[in-house]
Design a binder for this molecule. Structure first.
Ligand SMILES: [Mg+2]
Length: 262
């Protein structure tokens, strides 16, 4: 989970402001923190679930179009789908809630404790989609920025839901980027990439970009690919979007000045 430090910071400021009777977006010491509404939205809104189903339904359509010869790819035995894990397959929002309630920051220790519990449930639609791929004999490859030391509980957590992960299809973070791990998959024909962070989908987003640079890539180079080769899931809790915002405007007042009004 790449951006958990942001969760912790958000949780602390959220906790403090919740105590003060406010749930507005707050200005914490790391700059950008969404309100507790982000956590509430992810865990309680039907819209969050609907967006996840929508993403996986689009992914299924992509596979069906490949199978029926209506896409840019041919069906091959080595066809594979690359999926991120956190907030793409595994739902870690209970960890975020616990940190919020305890007023704690993210720490490697608490994150490891959560992962070792193996209690993460699945993102809506993920299991059905993975089963769909299994039934078609399509390879499922997981590339996650969970630390490689967490491989055993990660495998066991996925296994609770019948999701097969092991040395051949699970690539956690050692010292290499996601792109470096993707580049080793030369024996596969990659049908699509699925994640909740744009860096899950293309190396260009692994650069330290500001808001305008990210927008430009999304609006031009990649706009036609979403819902097709690239599938993005909602994650209001953390992600590179927060780094980009902070990179663009460090102070909260400057960030708020970026907003459009009338
Ligand atoms: Mg993720």
């Amino acid at each position: 989970m790449k951006r958990l430090p942001f969760i912790s910071a958000l949780l602390i400021s959220t906790f403090l402001f919740a105590c003060a009777g406010s749930n507005v977006v707050t200005n914490g010491e790391n700059g950008t923190h969404p309100s507790e509404d982000a956590i509430l939205w992810q865990q309680t809104s039907a819209e969050y679930k609907a967006l996840c189903y929508q993403a996986f339904n689009a992914a299924k359509i992509r596979i069906e179009m490949i199978e029926s010869g209506q896409s840019d790819m041919a069906v091959t035995d080595n066809m594979a789908v690359i999926m991120d894990l956190d907030e793409t397959v595994l739902d870690n929002s209970p960890y975020a809630v616990k940190m919020m309630r305890e007023g704690k920051r993210y720490s490697e220790e608490s994150w490891t404790e959560w992962v070792n519990k193996k209690e993460a449930e699945l993102v809506p639609g993920a299991q059905d989609f993975i089963t769909f791929l299994y039934e078609k004999g399509i390879n499922v490859i997981f590339i996650s920025n969970r630390d490689v030391s967490l491989i055993k509980p990660t495998i066991q957590n996925l296994a609770k839901y019948g999701i097969e992960a092991g040395p051949d299809n699970l690539f956690l973070k050692a010292s290499n980027t996601k792109e470096e791990r993707r580049n080793k998959l030369t024996s596969y024909s990659i049908a699509m990439l699925i994640g909740d962070n744009l860096a899950d989908l293309d190396a260009l987003f692994e650069e330290k970009l500001d808001l305008k640079q990210r927008d430009k890539l999304v609006n031009t180079e990649f706009s036609d690919e979403f819902g097709r080769r690239l599938i993005i899931l909602p994650n209001p809790l953390y992600g590179d979007w927060m780094d980009a915002l902070e990179r663009t405007a460090r102070k909260r007042e400057d960030q708020l000045n970026l907003l459009k009004s009338y």
